[in-house]
Design a protein around this ligand. Structure first.
Ligand code: GBH
Length: 471
């Protein structure tokens, strides 16, 4: 092996899934092709001032045309599994009605291509690209969007449910609800705290209805999952416990409560009482949302530090998203403030805290002892430099990944039922509000030529998948 990649002595067991992840809007491009309808991210990214540099998803990595080449990259990297998302507006251009056969065919070819190469397909139904027509009818703030999602899940379940390894209903509903409808830095860019909380519930409901639909339609034996972005919280000051309790309720327990326990936390309802009365939760909804899942997906990047607002200091922005009139924290805006965290930081400005991943996995295992877990995203953006020979010596990314894989391994050794780990991301791609300015890939994409070049982190990851020993 490469002398830079000395064996750490840590070995991942044979069944542990080593994969990489992407999302449809971030890589596919081909926005107008084969009957695809517009999504909220098309509208948002084409609205001046919303995305850095005016970048859009029109071309992205052109994966829609280059998918076979990308499959070959996955083979080269030795992936056990590939986590991708299905673009709802390719399947139902207006979010309702009959399936668009060309859209289904694209994912059918992709899934068959993965299976032919021995790579497990892990498919997410919703990674943020809501059909624009559904947003025009109210988006996630209204119940009918969750009902439409169930019909979409039936269509993809019938078409692909004989071949999928793992279905994931939603990616990070926290982002969809709070950044999309509260803070406004994500599509559809609304800044309505009550709508954000309604979106939380309708996304939870979509998860439940989607699981029911997928289970009824899938003829294979797939696993069923959802992916949440957990906030690992640090509190400072006299009110540390109260500040972390409030943010934990909004960020984490608003989803794990209904999905894994069957109820919304009482403290969440109390903290948000001035914003909404939660009357959008109807009889029977919680039973629909609360269904067993085979695996809980976890996206983890960094920690979050909070304190009670002292009423004097300027309130801090959150999450590196550009300043907006909205809040990601309905009911706690002006109560809790977010504290700058010590470095080192990635190019996103996110602090690097691998020990918090171990802590998160242990905590979730303690809370939900029988629930298998999977890291469905972890990775980092850095300012990559292309060397004179064309190579990309992304040593910081290798270090980030090595430290987070080590944290995951420690959790495994402590008895956590951790099933696998997906690096975000396979390719540099459209990083939402940051456009193409932030690069998370282990494979570089030149956005002029669309050429792919594996970075040193890809070589490092290939060694891990080949040997199962952490280099
Ligand atoms: C994921 O979002 C997405 O699933 C993926 O599409 C995206 O490309 C990738 O990560 C990289 O961004 O302000 O300190 O509390 C992650 C979004 C990032 C939102 C961390 C919450 C908390 C940082 N999350 N953020 S902090």
């Amino acid at each position: 092996g490469n002398p830079d990649h000395r064996d750490s002595g840590l070995v991942f067991p044979p069944g542990f899934v080593l994969g990489s992840a992407t999302a449809a809007f971030q890589i596919e491009g081909a926005a107008d092709e084969d009957g695809r309808g517009p999504s909220i991210w098309d509208t948002f990214s084409h609205t001046p001032g919303k995305v850095w540099n005016g970048d859009t998803g029109d071309v992205a990595c052109d994966h829609y045309h280059r998918w076979e080449q990308d499959l070959d990259l996955m083979v080269d990297l030795g992936l056990d599994a590939y986590r991708f998302s299905i673009a709802w507006p390719r399947i139902q251009p207006t979010g309702r009605g009959p399936a668009n056969p060309a859209g289904l065919d694209f994912y059918g070819r992709l899934v068959d291509g993965l299976l032919e190469r021995g790579i497990k397909p892990v498919a997410t139904l919703y990674h943020w690209d809501l059909p624009q027509t559904l947003e025009d009818e109210g988006g996630w703030a209204v119940r009918s969007t969750a009902e439409a999602f169930a019909d979409y899940a039936t269509i993809v379940g019938e078409a692909l449910g004989d071949r999928i390894d793992t279905w994931t209903t939603l990616n990070e509903p926290w982002c969809s609800a709070y950044l999309g409808y509260g803070q406004g830095g994500h599509a559809p860019g609304r800044t309505e705290p009550a709508a954000a909380l309604a979106a939380v519930h309708h996304l939870n409901l979509a998860h439940g209805l989607g699981l029911q639909a997928l289970r009824a339609a899938s003829t294979g034996d797939p696993d069923y999952s959802v992916t949440l972005n957990f906030h690992v919280l640090r509190g400072v000051g006299d009110g540390a416990a109260e500040a972390t309790r409030r943010i934990d309720a909004l960020a984490n327990r608003a989803f794990t409560g209904p999905m894994l326990r069957g109820s919304y936390p009482e403290d969440l309802l109390a903290d948000t009482a001035s914003v909404t009365d939660w009357s959008f939760v109807r009889d029977g909804d919680l039973a629909t949302v609360h269904q067993p899942i085979d695996v809980l997906g976890i996206n983890y990047y960094s920690t979050t530090t909070v304190q009670l607002w002292d009423g004097r200091s300027e309130r801090q922005g959150h999450d590196g998203h550009k300043a907006s009139a909205g809040t990601a924290w309905p009911g706690s805006d002006g109560v809790v403030e977010f504290v700058a965290q010590p470095g080192p930081h990635t190019a996103m400005g996110w602090n690097i805290a691998p020990e918090a991943l171990e802590e998160l996995l242990l905590d979730l295992h303690a809370q939900f002892p029988d629930q298998p877990l999977m890291v469905t995203e972890n990775g980092a953006a850095f300012d990559d430099v292309v060397g004179p020979d064309g190579s990309i010596a992304d040593v910081e990314r290798i270090d980030y990944l090595r430290r987070h894989f080590t944290a995951a391994h420690r959790a495994l050794e402590a008895g956590v039922d951790l099933r696998g780990y997906f690096v975000w991301s396979l390719l540099d791609n459209f990083e939402w509000g940051y456009g193409y300015a932030k690069r998370f890939g282990i494979v570089r994409v030149d956005f002029d030529t669309l050429e792919r070049t594996p970075k040193d982190s890809a070589t490092w990851f290939r060694e891990l998948t080949a040997t199962r020993h952490l280099p």
